[in-house]
Design a protein around this ligand. Sequence first.
Ligand code: UDP
Length: 553
Amino acid sequence: QSKELSQARIDYHIALQSLQEHGTRMVCTGKMHTDRICRFDYLCYSSEAEEFVFFHSNSSVMLPNLGSRRFQPALLDLSSVEDHNTQYFNFLELPAAALKFMPKPVFVPDVTLILNRFNPDNLMHVFHDDLLPAFFTMKQYSDLDDEARLVFMEGWGEGPHFDLYQLLSSKQPLLKEQLRNFGKLMCFTKSYVGLSKMTTWYQYGFVQPQGPKANILVSGNEIRHFAKALMEKMNITRQDEAEKDGGSSEQERERDKKDEYIAVFSRSTTRLILNEAELIMALAQEFQMRVVTVSLEEQSFPSIIQVISAASMLVSMHGAQLITSMFLPRGATVVELFPFAVTPEQYTPYKTLATLPGMDLHYIFWRNSKEENTVTHPDRPWEQGGIAHLEKDEQQRILASADVPRHLCCRNPEWLFRIYQDTLVDIPSFLEVLKDGMKSKPSLKKTKTASTVHPGRVREAHCQTSVQTPNEAKLTVSWQIPWNLKYLKVREVKYEVWIQEQGENTYMPYILPQQNYTFSENIKPFTTYLVWVRCIFNKNLLGPFADNKRMNT
Ligand code: UDP
């Protein structure tokens, strides 16, 4: 508590003097506006101008110092969505001397993280665009701790999931509209601006049709680390894990098996499953398990996560609620249902999540291919998929099409029309897909024993050559095991050797179980070869190549 007080009571005069003398200081990471996060001392905000302000003095710092490139197009992205032109951050500049003529600044003592939420109404966006990026941005900068203050600058109200944002720190997040309560000019003593994009796996289709990001940098491990931290904040303990950790007896495993259940995520306003009761019965019968329904309209978020975190399977229509699959236990199955004319392969935020390496979820989709089982809503407002506002021809074309063509975000009427259909799930075809999909489910045991420790380089690689006849030569290569191997239990260790004739683009690859080999096939006398060696654990964990060896035969 004394820390709270001493922090809150920063000496006003010292702060003001410091701002006047030193001005604002900024140092950033990132070469491009799309991968930049900036740290500021004394970044100010004018609620009158609705602009951030950088005060120049003799000792202010601005790195990168971009000159007017700062506006091409912006200093940085304020949300985690890449290069979105409504999400840019920049500041205005003033000389520190102007402070004399300005309203007295109010200083914010907390270390602050300033960002835009992208779409706080939608649960998928809340997690993917805001919570995960903010969580890991805070991990990146250690002074963004549990006492950090978050400021949301996108200008929206709290939204339906504000309690989730409140889990990120112990201090109440501030909304843009609340900043004016602090007076005309407020100055953040220490702040970070922007979000890490390291955890995002999906792009929503602003410049090309939606799909997984080109270079995904997150694994299931980090997602599960975040999910666990959030569950702890929500006071949810995973029943199953608590028990399993204690080493379960045969009896306990038997009981666990009996306790297994399937969760069906129900939507009650749009994109309905019209025969939910029938679907639930079919699932219960097929898997001999209890089936539990959850819904955002009827339950608190923590109580939903409590259910999902111990479910063996989650069944849901395509939609934002499927982001909760990150809370499923390892080894669980995600079953995503798609309405008529929606191609599952083109809408894969949840598939991508479930199949991230180390996420250890099994993913299955089902699509309605029977037009008679779909219920359309042509007369709804356009944002709920209505098409009545379109030309008659266009309406006819949409109605006649059985596949939504590839499209960009976000207002494509054919896409909205199809994705907001309700569906009568054809039970036989659904069970067929499910049974089929479960056949290829890997056992968790196998995935669990698979290590993720990569080999080091092979050491002390040596080559020897000998010329046998004018047409024949030999090349003997040997090496020592990677340094880390002696500390590891690895099921299978192999070595890959590439032999490349100097000046050629191609090479001959060999996979070998031993640490030396004499190559004679395709080895020519009086030729220069480059030899590359690397170690491979368990078939697919590749190590780095050791420095190549150059040899003359
Ligand atoms: N939502 C819901 N029940 C419904 C329809 C929507 O809980 O019947 C939630 C949904 O999970 C999401 C938000 O409302 O968080 C917006 O839904 P929308 O259909 O616009 O988005 P989508 O689910 O397609 O991402």
